[in-house]
Design a protein around this ligand. Sequence first.
Ligand code: SF4
Ligand code: SF4
Length: 358
Amino acid sequence: MAQPQMRRAIESGVPDNQQFLHPLLKKNYGNWKYHDRPRPGVLHHVAHDGDEVWTVRAGTQRQMDVYTIRRLCDIADQYAEGHVRFTIRSNIEFMVSSFAKVGPLIAELETSGFPVGGTGNSVSMIAHTQGWLHCDIPGTDASGVVKALMDELYDEFRREEMPNRVHLSTSCCEINCGGQADIAIIVQHTKPPKINHDLVANVCERPAVVARCPVAAIRPALVNGKPSLEVDEKKCICCGACYPPCPPMQINDPEHSKLAIWVGGKNSNARAKPTFMKMVAAGLPNHPPRWPEVAEVVKRILHVYKADARPWERLSDWVERIGWPRFFEKTDLPFTKYLIDDWRGARVNLNASTHIRF
Ligand code: SF4
Ligand code: SF4
């Protein structure tokens, strides 16, 4: 008798997405005649052979329990055609092949608490890093900031009334997976790490920790007769890079870990070259569960941008046109010494970019 074939484990990489595509998307892959947006939150694709697909995009609370995911799958089975996909900003999209299904699908999604929108010149769902649920070094809950902020920006998600698309992101440490965005909310440590000398020798690979510091502020040291580490606090830029490989160098602090807001980042080459973000607000309290101080500043920047930018200006284009002094005047944000990048390694660091040369 033939032995059953064992499935070979796939150790790396994502599975081929073609097997999960809606049949019409698979059939017409790369062969579309045109697409348009009949209303916010709905994309309409027309293929050369006449096939049509309507995609309805909805927002979720990001980190979802299994019951919510089952509810979304039930909506997909009952009101769409059994296929969903998640966008890069974790919106969920439902595909249907007839316009008649679009209205009931939107009504069901909105009744179930999932707003439809996030397309075109809206404030799309905020990209966030993993936060308290998955990562071991966060200074805040990036996904919590997203939920709190999106509750406040609910209507801007459902409408396309911004001058251009607006991408926001939140990051729960300063050094790892944070993203570029038109407006980014990023943890900002303001004091050097506190070292638990009793644990360093047991837990930390000391040469690796010393090598990790970008400003060479960490040295091996003997403390109370035990091998440990010490930090030159005058050199330390409070980046937090030593904490992941050496948790006894605790840098998260309920009072001194703050949030900063950066603006003007853009990854794409559309219309203008990509841009780096600049910090415009520092030292905001890390204040769960609703982060009201952060929400207030983000909304202020968004409202001024919406009122003042010309059609199709991204946030970085708008600031470039009016200039940074006018940005601070118009948004009524204080310009302080904490916003000046005086790190002398920045010159070398920025030269690593393909777009900026000094
Ligand atoms: S941004 Fe930093 S703390 Fe947040 S998930 Fe990424 S590595 Fe972890
Ligand atoms: S926080 Fe950053 S700069 Fe300060 S000691 Fe640690 S790695 Fe070095």
